[in-house]
Design a protein around this ligand. Structure first.
Ligand code: GRF
Length: 206
C-alpha cells in the first residue's frame, strides 16, 4: 500500500517538482494526494495542477490567526488521508497541533548544513548570504523530521557543496538547490520504504 503524501509549499515548487518526478518514475512508493500553499500565486500550485494533484491555497490572513490557519491545514491533511507531510520550500512555522498529529511524519528540507545557518529567519537567500558573509567553505542541504522548534528535528540526510571564489547568494543557492532535489526525494523514498529508524535525536537509515 503506497504512502499518501501531502506537500506544503510557499514558492516556486522546484522541490515539489522533484518529488512529483520521483513518484511518477516509480522511485518513491507513494502518492502525492494534496499540495497546500500559503501563497495564492505560488507556482507550486500550478505544478500540482499540471500533474492532476489536488492543490489548494490556505490563507493565514483569512484564517485570522496562526492557530486557525494551522487547524485548517491539519483538517485538510486528515481529509486527504495524508500519512506523510513534506515541507518543500514552506516558510511558516508548522503549528504544534500538526507536529503532534504527525510526529516523525513531517520532513523538511533546509538549504544549509544544520545545525549551521538555520533557525528563525534563516530561509531562502538569507541562508546563502549568511554563509558567504561568514566565509564558510562548504554549504549544502539537510532533510530532517520536524518538531516544535525551527529546523531542529532529527537529521535524515545531508549533502554538501563547495562554496566557490566569487560566489553570490544566487550562484550558491543554485548549487545548493541541485542537492536539495537529490536528498528530498531520497528521504521520502526511504520513509515510504520504511527504512528510517528514529532513536531519540538520531535517525538511522535501515
Ligand atoms: C529554496 O531556496 C529552498 O532552498 C528552500 O525553499 C526555496 C524554494 O524552494 N527549501 P522551491 O523551489 O519552492 O522548492
Amino acid at each position: 500500500m503506497s504512502t499518501k503524501i501531502a506537500v506544503l509549499c510557499s514558492g516556486g515548487g522546484t522541490n515539489l517538482q522533484a518529488l512529483i518526478d520521483a513518484v511518477e518514475a516509480g522511485t518513491i512508493d507513494g502518492e502525492i494526494v494534496r499540495v497546500i500553499a500559503n501563497a495564492s500565486k505560488a507556482f507550486a500550485l500550478e505544478r500540482a495542477r499540471r500533474h492532476g494533484i489536488p492543490a489548494l491555497f490556505i490563507s493565514k490572513k483569512q484564517a485570522g490567526c496562526d492557530a486557525a490557519f494551522n487547524d485548517q491545514i491539519l483538517e485538510e491533511l486528515q481529509k486527504a488521508g495524508a500519512q506523510l507531510v513534506v515541507l518543500a520550500g514552506y516558510l511558516p512555522l508548522v503549528g504544534a497541533q500538526i507536529v503532534r498529529a504527525y510526529e516523525h511524519r513531517i520532513i523538511n528540507i533546509h538549504p544549509a548544513l544544520i545545525p549551521a545557518f538555520c533557525g528563525p529567519g534563516m530561509y531562502g537567500h538569507h541562508v546563502h548570504e549568511a554563509v558567504l558573509r561568514y566565509g564558510a567553505k562548504v554549504s549544502g542541504a539537510t532533510t530532517h523530521f520536524v518538531d516544535e522548534q525551527v529546523d531542529h528535528g532529527g537529521i535524515i540526510l545531508q549533502k554538501s557543496v563547495p562554496v566557490l571564489e566569487g560566489d553570490t547568494p544566487d550562484t550558491l543557492a543554485a548549487r545548493v538547490l541541485t542537492v536539495e532535489h537529490e536528498i528530498l526525494p531520497e528521504s521520502v523514498r526511504l520513509f515510504c520504504a520504511g527504512k528510517l529508524g528514529v532513536d531519540g535525536r538520531r535517525v538511522h537509515v535501515l
